[in-house]
Design a protein around this ligand. Sequence first.
Ligand code: NAP
Length: 306
Amino acid sequence: MSVIYNRVALIGLGLIASSMFWAIKRAGLAAEVTGYARSPETRDTARRIGLCDRVCDSAADAVDGADLVVLCVPVGAMGAVAQDIAPALKPGCTVTDVGSVKRAVIDAVGPHLPQGVHFVPAHPLAGTEHSGPESGFATLFDNRWCLLVPMPDGDPAATDRLRHLWEGMGANVDEMDADHHDLVLAVTSHAPHLIAYTMVGVADDLGRVTDNEVIKYSASGFRDFTRIAASDPTMWRDVFLTNKDATLEILGRFTEELFTLQRAIRTGDGDMLHAYFTRTRAIRRGILEAGQDTSAPDFGRVVKPD
Ligand code: NAP
């Protein structure tokens, strides 16, 4: 693969930025990658593990001369970071982000960017429950989707170039309007995370009553909720605060469905429950057919002998 941007700057050096760095290096997509994180500890770690060709002590230094600047900080911090780097941006460069919510990022970042700088918001649909500079790996985006959310008056050539970068990092790329993105993600990611957080919270309360049986027997389904509910608290706080309307809309529908199932259980309506679970099982089949998960039992976990 050939170089797509001469210099890429990663602002924020956590899971997504570090995975981008290793994926860019794997395919040789940039001649140089600079990086910046606000805390000296993260910058020291990055230098120690060779994350970025050059780790800078200010965001302005990191973006100086960069052809692509990627904002990899929590959604609620995007506006302040954009304001900080705006005077140092190279004319004609592209600024993108990886935030999990798009409308709020566009509103927060857009006004700070100078004329002549292209803004192409993006969101890779890939992650783990781990965070920080040491959590990234080159294959995170392989065969995962990255959604680009081009500005209506943006330059199509800037979007195309970013698309090539994401494809080079292994992702499949689609384009979407910001509000549609936020609604789709509320269904596929944001509401499920809130439900997982709630379920783990409920079980934790119960766990105190039942002497930790909740943890001991967690393999029976609860364990998968705990993985999701271990995700970064700052990131997810920002997601819910900035994708409020779409998340509340989906949670409203969820609550209605829950009441319907509750009534079916109360009235012993087995036909209804069976039909409902048959429909949901077909959705899982669709995800497997789309290559978005493994068909191995228990997500391919290897059971270690005692
Ligand atoms: P992460 O591993 O927690 O790293 C976050 C980075 O942002 C760290 O370098 C941190 O700096 C910096 N940061 C935190 N608060 C900041 C602030 N107020 N001002 C400036 N910098 C700040 O996060 P991540 O998982 O890579 O997520 C980054 C972005 O990707 C978020 O917008 C998230 O919504 C999006 N995203 C995440 C996932 C996922 O599954 N994790 C998936 C897709 C998209 P320090 O290290 O110095 O504290």
